[in-house]
Design a protein around this ligand. Structure first.
Ligand code: GAL
Length: 416
């Protein structure tokens, strides 16, 4: 069947749905980890969009930021021969599943809709495998952001920090004002998210050689020792209950003024928006000090597992819906991310969304766009886990900065 026409016009979509419902209602089972307030609100935009097109949504949420737990559940489902139809996935995981031969081919819909011309090459790197489209990107997130309570910043001198040194001044002032300067949740992926920014803050070349290229010399360098020392400095600004806290609860501390700021990807904006906070008035979004002009990106994509023919139609409808321009606006306004298509104007986005889109375009044009290690776009899953282990152990006081740099070389080498 030619899906091209069915997917593009409402009338034929209705025919497609009609045909599908005669055989079996179009239904997608979607495995995802969007369970925080902001994430669930964004997911709802997708769910309602699909239900409006006659596709029934079967929800398979697996809580746990950055999808670590979701990927474990996915492995179990696939191993037992029962993969979900669609799965939220990040970068290298998509490529790994494709290499194992488990993913379906979305090329028919992708070619008909011209995804090639509108999805930036940095994303296509992960949405295509062996010439085929294997995933539909729903957004572009970025990890090197800070989220600041505006009133807390005003009380701390009012100047948003641009450099590492500025950051320390503001954190000290917030501490003196009796609030938690830096809201953090001690979970490996959150520690890794800060580490992404700290390494980038020491230089884009350093990030590239150490994290993307995993050059042992860079991994064990003096600069890496400095990165770990900076992690120790930041740890001094956490509250004593940081261990194990979910990221959205750390965001809530900034939202309610208990804490001054959070270093987190722009999914945090989804929490501020959900709490009806306004950027520029209630909170500020800035690049992690020292990283303006650079973007560490990750993109949530929906990979479709190779399933029976009757489920395939619904998969294609979902892929098409995800890439629809107006859907990409509606979804990303709520999610905190920016569209995965380059042909969408920033008109409807708030100041953080506009900044996210401008920063992304600038970084793509200047060669300062790099994949986030902590969110699956900078290194393979094995290497990511190896880095997380060392970063978390160091943050919890198991290693000195010098030992951590040495351990990092060994851990990454062993994971290669
Ligand atoms: C990221 C994902 C985001 C957000 C975040 C926290 O890896 O790309 O969509 O959900 O994890 O869960």
């Amino acid at each position: 069947m030619k899906l091209k026409f069915a997917l593009r016009t409402t009338a034929s979509a209705a025919v497609l749905c009609g045909a599908a419902s005669m055989a079996m209602a179009a239904e997608v089972e979607v495995l995802h980890w969007w369970t925080s307030g902001g994430e669930a609100a964004a997911l709802n935009v997708l769910k309602e969009d699909l239900e409006g097109k006659g596709v029934t949504w079967q929800d398979m949420p697996v809580a746990g930021g950055s999808g670590v737990e979701a990927m474990t559940v996915l492995r179990a489902r696939v191993t037992s021969g029962n993969p979900p139809t669609a799965v939220q996935m990040l970068g290298f995981d998509i490529k790994d599943w494709a290499a194992e031969g488990f993913l379906g081919d979305l090329s028919e819909v992708a070619d008909a809709e011209g995804w090639d011309a509108v999805v930036p090459p940095a994303l296509q790197e992960f949405s295509r495998y062996d010439g085929k489209w294997i995933a539909a990107p729903v957004n572009v997130h970025s990890t090197n952001w800070m989220w600041i309570n505006k009133a807390a910043l005003d009380a701390a001198g009012g100047e948003a920090p641009e450099t590492w040194e500025d950051l320390i001044v503001v954190l000290d002032a917030m501490k003196a004002n009796g609030i938690v300067p830096l809201a953090h949740g001690g979970q490996a992926w959150q520690d890794g998210t800060i580490f992404d920014s700290v390494v980038l803050g020491l230089g884009a070349d350093f990030y590239r050689t150490a994290i993307i290229e995993q050059d042992p010399e860079a991994l064990g360098s003096e600069m890496m020792v400095e990165a770990f020392k900076r992690m120790e400095v930041l740890r001094g600004y956490f509250d004593e209950n940081f261990s194990g806290r979910d990221w959205n609860l750390a965001s809530a501390m900034v939202i309610n003024g208990e804490a001054g700021m959070q270093a987190m990807g722009d999914w945090a904006k989804g929490e501020f928006v959900k709490a009806e906070q306004v950027p520029g008035e209630d909170f500020l979004c800035i690049r992690f000090p020292g990283t303006q002009g650079h973007v560490l990106f990750n993109s949530d994509q929906f990979a479709m597992f190779d399933v029976s023919d009757e489920k395939r139609e619904a998969q294609m409808m979902m892929a098409s819906a995800v890439m629809d321009p107006s859907f990409q606006v509606a979804f990303n306004l709520v999610k905190g991310s920016v569209p995965a298509r380059t042909d969408i104007p920033d008109t409807e986005f708030d100041m953080c969304g506009k900044k996210g889109m401008a920063d992304l375009a600038e970084a793509a044009a200047n060669g300062t766009l790099q994949g986030s290690m902590a969110h699956g776009h900078g290194a393979s899953s094995n290497i990511k886990s190896a880095i997380f282990d060392v970063v978390t152990a160091h943050l919890n006081g198991e290693y000195s900065a010098e030992e951590a740099a040495e351990e990092l070389v060994a851990a990454v080498e062993a994971a290669k």
